[in-house]
Design a protein around this ligand. Structure first.
Ligand code: PYC
Length: 308
């Protein structure tokens, strides 16, 4: 019987399950190196932690691992119901609140090594967390794809730690009551985008008018077909890159991104390279710890490694 200690939190409604102990030994090296070992040799552990019967499609998992960069408080690799994630903004906010809950860190700046680079998270005195995310940029502006059953859709392709296809003009109400249609259309957009020139896109982000006092509302579909309950930290970073490139948001100004639930992240950016459109985004939000648990992995359990 294997015991895996986890702490669950949610960030703006989006859950994160942090593996505190009992995870596989990934052999050291950078977090990017360890991610490859995790992805190639420990996929059933990923599934055991986040998939049913212990988890659900919406759960994002995070495994603490030793950082190669010793100035970092920890390394972390993120995963979901279908595989590994390059980076996760809501998960990083959840991680910081979880480490504070464990008494491992206090208010102040903390460097964290992810598989796509070091991010700096600040735990503020009021418990909120801001994450200085990896450099973000827009790769393609206003490309049009043909979405079967929906027609032509135009969107931007941008990197914010994951790859996003960002769509403004879809004509769908961004309302929880409409989540099935939003999921269906976003999934078809992703398939069209992947097959029509951009196989790297893993997330689709639809935007609409704000409804809860922010600047914009979004609906983000994740690679495993679950929608992000939070405004998505990497998705907000990709959005900031597009706003910066279009001259629609000034350097240092706040952008309040609402999720489909109405929960909010506050984003802002600093230019890294204006000619290349590269920005340093900062995304801030809050998380709450809601469970401490020990997962029991028993090979005799027919669903020990998750339903997949
Ligand atoms: O907050 O970056 C994020 C994220 C990615 C997938 C789910 N949440």
């Amino acid at each position: 019987m294997k015991r895996v200690q986890v702490i669950d939190s949610h960030t703006g409604g989006e859950p994160t399950r942090i593996v505190i102990s009992g995870g596989p030994d990934l052999g050291g090296g950078s977090v990017a190196d360890q991610l490859v070992v995790f992805r190639d040799q420990h996929d059933r552990f990923r599934s055991a932690v986040v998939n049913e019967p212990r988890g659900s499609d919406v759960l994002v998992g995070a495994l603490l691992c030793p950082p190669a960069d010793k100035s970092c408080v920890t390394g972390v690799l993120f995963f979901n119901n279908v595989g590994v994630l390059a980076m996760c903004g809501h998960g990083t906010i959840g991680l910081v609140v979880t480490l504070a809950h464990l008494g491992r860190i206090g208010p102040g700046e903390h460097r964290i090594e992810s598989c796509v680079g070091v991010v700096t998270a600040t735990l503020h005195a009021d418990g909120s967390v801001s994450v200085a995310n990896v450099p973000s940029y827009r790769k393609v502006k206003a490309t049009t794809v043909d979405v079967p059953g929906f027609g032509q859709i135009s969107g931007d392709l941008a990197w914010g730690g994951n790859w996003f296809f960002l769509v403004e003009n879809h004509g769908l109400p961004l309302d929880l009551k409409n989540v099935e249609q939003l999921t269906d259309v976003s999934w078809r957009i992703r398939q069209a985008v992947n097959s029509q020139g951009f196989p790297e896109v893993d997330h689709v982000e639809l935007f609409g008018p704000p409804q809860s006092g922010g600047d914009s509302r979004n609906f983000v579909l994740c690679p495993g077909k679950a929608y992000d309950r939070s405004p998505c930290g990497t998705g907000t970073s990709a959005k900031l890159a597009c706003l910066a490139a279009d001259g629609k948001l000034a350097e240092g100004a706040d952008w309040i991104q609402e999720s489909i639930l109405g929960t909010k992240f506050t984003g802002r950016f600093r230019w890294l390279d204006r000619a290349k459109g590269e920005i340093a985004p900062i995304v801030a939000g809050t998380a709450s710890v809601n469970s401490e648990a020990t997962l029991l992995l028993d090979d005799k359990d027919p669903f020990c490694w998750g339903i997949r």
